[in-house]
Design a protein around this ligand. Sequence first.
Ligand code: SF4
Ligand code: SF4
Length: 305
Amino acid sequence: MNISNSTVKEIAARLGFSLVGFSKCGQLEHEIDNLKTWLSKNYHANMNYMADNLEKKSDPGLILENAESIISLGYNYYNDESHDVLEGHGKVSRYAWSKDYHIILWEKLSELIDELQSVDSEFNAKAYVDTGPVMDKVWAVKSGLGWMGKHTNVISREIGSWFFISTVITNFIFDYSKIDTDHCGSCTACIEACPTDAIIDEYVLDSTKCISYLTIENKGEIPAEFNKHFDDWIFGCDICQNVCPWNKKFSVLTSDHDFLHPVNKQLNFSEIDEMTNSQFKKKFSISPISRARLKGLKRNAEFIK
Ligand code: SF4
Ligand code: SF4
C-alpha cells in the first residue's frame, strides 16, 4: 500500500480541493442514534431519502469491501458578491449561482481516484457528494475538516463554511487527522438571524421551517405562517451562514471559474411567472435550481412577491 497522505493532498489540491482530511472507517453509533431521533421528530420533512440506507450510513464497510479509511474533501465555492437583488427579483443561495456542484465534483473525484489508482493499482474507492448512503458531515468532522456549527453546517477554521463536502471510502490506511474542537463558543448569531426560527436548538435544524427546504425540496404549499418571513429568498437561503463570524473573517474567494462567474444570482419574478417548462429545462439544465422544478419556483415567486 503505497499512497501517503501527502500524495492524496497534492492531487486533491491540484484538482481544486481546499480541504483534505483522513479518518478511520468504523461504525457510527451515537451519530446514527441522533439521526434516528431527528427523523422520529419529522425534522427531515418530506425528504424521505434521509431515512434510507441507515445500515449503510452507520457502517461504510457495508458499502466498500475492506474499507479502512475515509477521505473527506472540501471544495470552496465562496464568491464575495452580495445577495442584493433588483426590484422584482428573488435571491438565490450562493451554492446555486453556477453549475450544479455534483457535476463539477463527480468529475474531480473520478479523476482523483484514477490518479491514485495509477500510483497503486490496489487502491479501491467509492466517492460520494451528499447524495450517497454516507454521513458526509459526520465524516468531515471526524476527518478534521472542521466542526459542526450550531446551524448544522461544517465550519473550517481556514475557510469558514462555504464549501461542498465529498466523501471517499477507501481500502487504504492513512495517518488520521486530528479532530477539531467546536469553536462556536457562546455565539448564537445564526439562531437569532434565522427568519423562520428553523434552528430550534443549538445544532438542531427543523427542515419543515427552513427556507432552503421550503423553497427547494418541499413539493407542497408554503405554510402561511412564513408569509413575510422569506426575505426575498426564491431558491435556498444563506442567512445563517452569512451572519457567521467565522465566514465573515475567514471566507476565501473560490478559484473555481464557474463560481467566480455567477449566472443565476437572482431570479426575475415576471420571467418565472411566464416561463414554460421547456424554457425552464433549457435555462436550468445544469443548474441546481432545476431541483425545485418550475412549479416550485412559480410557487416561491408568488409567495414572496
Ligand atoms: S438556511 Fe435560512 S431558514 Fe434555514 S436555518 Fe439557515 S437562516 Fe434559517
Ligand atoms: S453563527 Fe455562531 S453559533 Fe452559528 S455556526 Fe457560526 S459561530 Fe456557530
